[in-house]
Design a protein around this ligand. Structure first.
Ligand SMILES: [Mg+2]
Length: 412
């Protein structure tokens, strides 16, 4: 793996190779200037521990081979990172760190799921390895890329989430085209960019690139995959489906299909899983990072928001929904009357009141689903709520159903 080849760990033993560097750290002491690394203690070879806060004489800063220096953390050091409750091995993983201002830990959004972390006040712990044995174990067994696929369920525990996932859904649509200025800026987010710009899909009247071409940059060349989008209809068959739901990747090239949670999520056989198995943990880590960088940049230019307008169905659909709901209300009123008059027939194994409750629930649930179905059908391809639901990033059928059809809707 390409990380940490030049990184040491604190406490660092003084050798002919690092003595000059460690002397500088000791000179800076516990309060180095911004952007510099300092040190807190010198541990002499007899075990005596010198606190650099109280050493004012520069002769006390003397270092000899074999001494140890407890230095500050550096960019590229690796640490153990933990969120409690630690429920599986992915609750403690090895991370490479970057020192940043302020005292809040920051982490990639995709590593949030194995920790089960959100940002409502979560506390996490960081441990710095103190020996070479620990260092080796962290590096070989615990680093985040090596933990992407869990042996517990034979599937990845990290995937593309939230706005990146929504962006992938929107950028890989058939009618998404990217103009030259935006595409070249996207290329600047690509680590492996060597100056060669791929040919645009459309040449005239102006050069345009497809969103799928963005993925052609970052999917490893040895990947072949066929999967289906979340809204795939079994009736749609053939190599190119009308809804562009057949995700076909050949030699790292995304030929057809729209990416969504089914392809970019944590399912067995998802793209992350295949890359991890076929190319390796570091390629999977790189793919996650690249997807976020490139797609988030595009989504920021493209813009996205949702509002009340996305929850309103057209007039004829609203008419159908209102009818469905008022019919259900009439049905429930009738059930109440029958129950009060004790004329309701008891179902096998139930008392009459249990049967009453059961039938009311059935009626209302059916009305909610029927109304939801007509609401869902009325939402167009440009609906922003539908975009999130089909991407798999947020929302579900029940949310569509309640927002557009049931909760707070008025019918008499
Ligand atoms: Mg929380």
């Amino acid at each position: 793996m390409d990380y940490c080849s030049k990184s040491y760990i604190p406490p660092e033993t003084v050798t002919p190779y690092n003595i000059e560097r460690l002397k500088e750290l000791v000179e800076y002491g516990p309060h180095p200037p911004p952007g510099k690394t300092g040190a807190k203690y010198i541990i002499r070879d007899d075990g005596q521990r010198l606190d650099l806060r109280y050493l004012k004489k520069s002769s006390d800063h003397h270092l000899e081979l074999g001494y140890k220096v407890e230095r500050h953390l550096n960019d590229g050091d690796f640490v153990l990172f933990n969120r409690q409750p630690s429920l599986h091995k992915m609750s403690i993983m090895g991370h490479r760190i970057k020192i940043m201002p302020y005292s809040t830990f920051r982490l990639n959004l995709s590593v949030t799921s194995p920790y089960n972390a959100d940002f409502d006040g979560d506390e996490m712990n960081m441990h710095v390895p103190q020996s070479f044995e620990t260092r080796a174990e962290v590096l070989e067994l615990m680093m985040v890329p090596k933990c992407i696929v869990s042996p517990q369920a034979n599937r990845p525990v990290m995937g593309i989430v939230q706005d990146s996932l929504l962006g992938c859904r929107k950028i890989t649509k058939r009618d998404t085209f990217i103009s030259k200025d935006v595409f070249m800026n996207i290329l600047m987010w690509w680590e492996d960019f060597d100056g060669e710009v791929p040919a645009p899909t459309i040449l005239k009247p102006e050069p345009l690139w497809t969103g799928k071409q963005v993925f052609n940059l970052i999917i490893p060349k040895q990947i072949n995959l066929i999967r289906y989008s979340s809204w795939h209809n079994e009736a749609e068959r053939g190599p190119i489906t009308p809804g562009d739901t057949m995700v076909r990747i050949e030699k790292g090239e995304l030929l057809t299909g729209t990416l969504c949670k089914k392809t970019l999520g944590t399912g067995t056989g998802s793209l992350i899983h295949v890359v991890w198995e076929e190319v390796g943990p570091d390629a999977a880590r790189k793919f996650l990072g690249h997807t976020q960088w490139l797609v988030n940049y595009w989504l920021l230019q493209n813009a996205f928001s949702i509002g009340i307008g996305d929850t309103i169905a057209d007039a004829s659909t609203m008419e159908t929904i209102n009818q469905t709901i008022s019919q259900a209300k009439d049905k429930v009123k009738q059930l109440i009357r029958e129950a009060q008059e004790k004329k309701l027939e008891a179902e096998p194994g139930r008392t009459m009141m249990d049967s009453f409750e059961n039938r009311v629930n059935q009626t209302l649930n059916k009305a909610r689903d029927d109304a939801g179905n007509s609401a869902q059908k009325s939402l167009s391809e440009s609906n922003n709520l539908k975009a999130m639901v089909t991407a798999g990033s947020k929302g579900s059928f029940i949310n569509i159903s309640q927002m557009t059809a049931c909760v707070g809707q008025h019918t008499i």
